[in-house]
Design a protein around this ligand. Structure first.
Ligand code: RAM
Length: 948
């Protein structure tokens, strides 16, 4: 074969398959496919090359040029593009290409196509036409007013002193214009109709009895005093000639309900729910009609949802259902004689209304109950999986009975619900039946964290069945992008737990936990988990949107809150607030999207300035809770780890400076890059000199694992000192009998640091450890999600006194190393334009595989031990190249041997003979080799690599 798969040697030949092959997967911005109500006035275009165009060497051909055309109508494409014609651009760029055409305004529809030239100079056909439509970009686009029911009685207070807002139904009716062309009962004379809508609270909208969209808890959760997201729906099909009814249900949600500790402190904060809607109808003859929320609307609080709060649950009473003579409240002709007027309020100029910039949350998955048990006269359903969302129930009831639904993440030994870890969050739903028969119901404006559902109060003459309860899993509507699977069942279960941690805590914002009276956007947890999440799910838009909230919440003194949206007051802390820098960098690195750096750069530099106000003699004194929840901490408050706080704060200062420096380079901010690079060198020197003795041992604070992990993981020691520090780091593991002793800050660094110092053998042993504390310990105790504490529950002792949340994603951050180094897939340059395939093989496994939908298409790496060695299967998508580090050895478990006195304990396993797609790999084909691996670079394509 010689070098035909090598970059340099790729011979270009004629290609007959090319015709009819077109770019695929056209997307705008952070991965949106044909969005309406889009947010970005200056959109960016991405596409992928077809997966079937090969040269004679079977490599996928890359792109050398492209052309994009954009028009206001599809039939103008491709030749009369009235918005933009990029011309033929010589570039391999196929992601995030900036639009440079006519200025786009609110409501603009844009149709676009792309074509490309391959490495053989052949031009593709034009792609299919993709499109997007902007939402209302500015407050000025709104003629509607905020409306809410005119209250007659004062709002009641909960036991916590917070107001309870009874959900509202609001409605109006309107008539469509009839024209000569309208012949039928539908809306043949309408060209298009759009509903622009949002709420201070959460809403569901209906037109002529039909639910609009299938989103839940809209508009989602932002810093409401600064920005509220708006939604756009195409409602053309819901309108009918003649009379139409438009109804909205409105509940407290994050905005107005009991939520977050700050609201406990500020009990009188009376933020009443409001809704804002603007239905814009465009007729075929060009005329327009707007139906907007205003003082002509009517409202009632006598609907069936009696109360609904995010923490406390929903109470439904069917007696209040809004039907009159078979006409429902959201249909035309409904009798509203006992409804009230509404009050209106104007838009506040300081509260920006902006189109939602990431995916809404939806009902994503259904979980059937797997088991059912009678406990003390109540029936407990087990869904087999700790999840987040609501139940869907089908239960036989007698008229007047109230069904009680309770939810828990666990059960006690007798099978009764365990709810102690919910704090003050009640998570209780109720349904009162108005007739005999089977009721069907799903709460609308709350969510719970649970695996078990307890029912009582139903028709006791009927034997309960599993089919009565289904779990409706709700989270942000992104796709699962990455898969990871191995030969090890417990590790696979842990991977599933990581994934469920993501599903459970990505409900519009990243949260610490989804069940207790917290559910807040803790920045430190997000900092730990962002990278892992970017592999598992298409979370690019999700993080970009949350970062906008962080920018909006940055304080005047440049500090960044620990919770975003900020519900906890003016606190910043090292290792948490640094998310403002680390997450933009993580997202950039995994996606290649430079805008995320540009948008956040100023916030990052301001955060550095704040760090600088916290220095004393070059060492940071910034407040931090430290290595949160480190096991066996001897500190007075044992939740705080033993690592010296100033070491943590100085380490994160350096880390933030380094990533801001990297960002400055990407953004070509040369002066800043110089400034930060000098600063970083100074901080590192100071850090090393202050915290480390000449022999590489920590000289400040406890000999804590996290202290060494931060120092080495963040590159804060010079090469010589790093070498000297290694035995001291290993001694901390030795002292812990080969176990971890890390909390939120140290845990994500364990495996990457051990790998970096060439001790992947120890990393593997820790990953596969099953005794406490370890990742797999929770799996052996039956966990189906990642827990807040390493010992949340044990078969022996039950729930820990402070069991904490059983759905907290931070320790799932080990995922990043599993994907990068066990499956072996990671970016070599931003956004996987060049890819590293570098799996590590361990005696703990016989196979592992990862698949990842990168911005360029599917990447795969799968390895399997065979009788004669190892087989590695690799897929590299078109328009990228890869460096494959072919492993020649496996890492052997140290078992009980001392970590300290042992050089890396690896056995040469697979011999030195390597075949790539059946052809022997010679030394001259390599770009690098050592005892452990042979390295090649390859073009896009599929590879079977055998090591014998
Ligand atoms: C807890 C949260 C979170 C953590 C903070 C410090 O209450 O659950 O996980 O980041 O405290």
């Amino acid at each position: 074969m010689s070098l035909i798969f090598l970059l340099s040697a790729c011979t270009i030949t004629n290609n007959t398959e090319f015709e009819g092959q077109v770019p695929i997967a056209l997307k705008v911005g952070e991965g949106f496919i044909n969005p309406i109500g889009y947010y970005e006035q200056n959109p960016r275009f991405s596409w992928q090359l077809p997966t079937t165009i090969h040269n004679n060497n079977d490599n996928l051909l890359g792109q050398t040029k492209y052309q994009i055309v954009a028009a206001s109508q599809p039939d103008l494409l491709p030749s009369q593009a009235d918005l933009w014609d990029s011309g033929v651009v010589t570039s391999a760029q196929s992601t995030f290409v900036d639009y440079q055409g006519k200025t786009l305004g609110s409501r603009q529809q844009v149709y676009w196509q792309v074509r490309y030239w391959d490495e053989q100079g052949e031009v593709s056909s034009w792609s299919d036409v993709a499109h997007f439509e902007l939402g209302l970009l500015s407050n000025k686009d709104w003629s509607a007013k905020w409306i809410e029911i005119k209250q007659t009685a004062p709002v009641k207070l909960s036991n916590y002193g917070t107001p309870i807002h009874i959900p509202q139904h609001l409605r109006t009716e309107f008539e469509l214009k009839t024209t000569n062309s309208s012949t039928s009962a539908n809306n043949t004379n309408i060209k298009k109709a759009r509903l622009y809508i949002t709420a201070k609270g959460v809403f569901e909208a209906f037109i002529n009895g039909q639910r609009i969209g299938d989103d839940i808890l809209t508009p989602g959760y932002t810093p409401y005093k600064k920005r509220i997201e708006t939604l756009t729906y195409d409602v053309t099909a819901q309108l009918q000639d003649g009379k139409n009814a438009f109804g909205i249900q409105l509940a407290e949600g994050w905005y107005a309900g009991r939520f977050g500790p700050k609201r406990h402190w500020h009990k009188k904060l009376n933020l009443s729910p409001k809704v804002l809607a603007q239905l814009e109808i465009e007729y075929n003859d060009g005329s327009k009609q707007i139906v907007a929320t205003d003082n002509s609307w009517q409202a009632t609080q006598n609907g069936p949802i009696r109360t609904s709060g995010l923490y406390d649950g929903e109470r439904y009473d069917a007696h209040y259902e809004l039907f009159d003579q078979n006409v429902s409240w959201h249909q035309a002709g409904y009798n509203t004689s006992n409804w009230s007027n509404v009050t209106t309020s104007a838009l506040e100029p300081q509260v920006l209304l902006q189109p939602k910039r990431h995916y809404t949350s939806k009902n994503k998955q259904l979980l059937p109950a797997l088991a059912i048990k009678q406990v003390g006269g109540k029936t407990v359903f087990d869904l087999g999986q700790n999840m987040v969302g609501v139940p869907k129930i089908r239960v036989p009831m007698k008229k007047g009975q109230t069904l009680n639904l309770r939810f828990g993440e666990g059960v006690n030994p007798d099978g009764s619900l365990f709810t102690k870890n919910l704090g003050s969050a009640k998570q209780l739903d109720f349904y009162t039946a108005k007739t005999d028969g089977v009721i069907e119901w799903q709460p609308q404006f709350t969510f719970h964290g649970f695996r078990y559902v307890e029912l009582s109060g139903f028709d006791s003459t009927v034997e309960p069945e599993r089919s009565w309860v289904t779990g409706v899993v709700q989270y942000t509507d992104f796709d699962i992008n990455g898969k990871f699977n191995t030969s090890h069942p417990e590790l696979n279960q842990f991977q599933s737990n990581i994934e469920w941690g993501l599903k459970g805590n990505f409900l519009d914002i990243p949260t610490d936990c989804p069940q207790r009276a917290e559910r807040l956007g803790w920045t430190g947890d997000a900092l730990a988990f962002a990278n892992t999440s970017l592999f598992i799910a298409d979370s690019h838009a999700f993080w970009s949107a949350w970062l906008q909230s962080i920018r909006e919440e940055q304080f005047d003194d440049n500090s960044i809150p620990v919770v975003v949206p900020n519900e906890v007051g003016e606190i910043a802390q090292a290792g948490w607030s640094d998310a403002a820098v680390t997450i933009p960098w993580d997202v950039y690195w995994r996606t290649g999207d430079k805008k995320i750096l540009a948008e956040n750069y100023q916030m990052m530099t301001r955060w550095i300035q704040y760090h600088q106000t916290q220095l004393k003699d070059g060492i940071s004194e910034m407040w931090t809770v430290g290595d949160w929840l480190q096991p066996y901490s001897k500190r007075e408050d044992s939740r705080r780890g033993e690592t010296d706080n100033r070491l943590i704060s100085t380490a994160f200062y350096a880390r933030s400076v380094e990533l801001t420096l990297n960002s400055a380079k990407v953004l070509s901010k040369i002066d800043d890059a110089k400034k930060y690079s000098k600063l970083l060198a100074e901080i590192k020197a100071k850090f090393q000199q202050h915290f480390f003795a000449d022999n590489g041992r920590l000289q400040v604070g406890e000999q804590a694992q996290t202290a060494y992990l931060l120092a080495i993981g963040f590159d804060l020691l010079d090469a010589e000192m790093t070498q000297k520090a290694v035995p001291h780091l290993l001694a901390t593991f030795e002292a812990a009998n080969g176990h971890l002793r890390t909390g939120f800050l140290g845990t994500p660094l364990i495996a990457p640091v051990l790998d970096k110092i060439d001790r992947a053998d120890i990393a593997f042993d820790l990953v596969f450890k099953q005794s406490y504390p370890s990742w797999l310990f929770s799996v052996t105790q039956g966990a189906t999600t990642v827990w807040e504490r390493w010992d949340g529950y044990t078969h022996d002792k039950g729930y820990a006194k402070k069991a904490g949340s059983l759905n907290h994603y931070a320790y799932g951050a080990i995922g990043q190393w599993l994907y990068d180094r066990v499956a072996g897939i990671s970016p070599l340059s931003a956004g996987y334009k060049t890819i590293s395939i570098a799996p590590l093989i361990s005696t703990h496994l016989t196979s592992a595989e990862g698949e990842y939908k990168s911005p360029y298409g599917e990447i795969k790496s799968k390895w399997q031990k065979t009788d004669s060695g190892l087989i590695l299967e690799v897929i590299i998508p078109a328009n990228t190249t890869a460096r494959i580090q072919i492993p020649l050895i496996e890492h052997t478990s140290l078992a009980k041997k001392s970590l300290l006195n042992q050089k890396e304990n690896t056995a040469a396993l697979f011999g030195q003979k390597v075949l790539v797609n059946g052809e022997i790999l010679n030394d001259e084909d390599l770009v690098g080799q050592d005892k452990k691996s042979k390295t090649i670079t390859v073009d896009a394509g599929s590879y079977i690599i055998e090591v014998k």
